[in-house]
Write a protein that binds this ligand. Sequence first.
Ligand SMILES: NC(=O)c1ccc[n+]([C@@H]2O[C@H](COP(=O)([O-])OP(=O)(O)OC[C@H]3O[C@@H](n4cnc5c(N)ncnc54)[C@H](OP(=O)(O)O)[C@@H]3O)[C@@H](O)[C@H]2O)c1
Length: 236
Amino acid sequence: MKKKLTGKTALVTGSSRGVGRLVAIALADLGCSTIFCHGRSEASCRETARQIESRGAKAVILPAELSDPAQVESLADRVLAAGGVDILYNNAAVMHPWRDSPEELSFEDWAWSFQVNVFALVMLTVRLLAPMKLKKWGRIINLTSGIDKTPQLAAYGASKWAVDKWTDDLAAALAGSGVIVSRLDPGWLKTDLGGPNADHEPEAVLPGALVPCLLPDDAPGGSFFRAQELRNFSLD
Ligand SMILES: NC(=O)c1ccc[n+]([C@@H]2O[C@H](COP(=O)([O-])OP(=O)(O)OC[C@H]3O[C@@H](n4cnc5c(N)ncnc54)[C@H](OP(=O)(O)O)[C@@H]3O)[C@@H](O)[C@H]2O)c1
């Protein structure tokens, strides 16, 4: 793998496991110098950090519960105090339990889904934009989903729809700034969130998940990438 991101810094939310861990380690392989690992606890991030450091990059663990706005602010404060990041990989998300009908979704299902998957993502992004704009370079990747016509997971699905809408609006605001925001559907993967019946092993998210980090400076914002359509993308 060529070191196409030499010297860049990145925050990967939800990098204690699943897609986030794979992306964080792959960013180290691509030459990122510092990667901020995030999960809800320091212990959960240690293995990701170990694998990043074994590749010669620096790993900084920043725990935060994203349903708590104060912890989202604190996460942003800690990243900004370290100089901000070039790449913000908004990967962390929750999925409420399967409900047999839309009427069975609780207020908590809706609130939790939007708090973690939308509000935390938006607040973190707006806090971390300033240094990217100053440098006139940044890549923001928002994890979305191909979930469709699944009323049993309606609050999760709607939260991803909101992420899509936010990505569109943010892309318009960032046009010409050097900061490119994209969204990525990883495909249905056998992670803790995707479950054991998913179509693909977690590793199938690579290399596609890296494509929006590697966009040329004249690429349009708001693009929708599907990792499973990018399985043959060459990183060389
Ligand atoms: N897997 C799929 O099939 C699939 C399909 C479409 C889209 N996606 C999207 O892909 C992304 C990654 O999913 P995944 O399958 O890798 O999920 P995962 O294996 O369940 O990992 C979720 C990550 O998010 C963190 N997280 C969960 N709840 C959190 C909270 N309340 N506060 C802070 N961090 C929290 C977890 O940290 P802890 O270790 O602390 O819990 C973990 O690092 C998500 O945005 C998901 O919606 C996944």
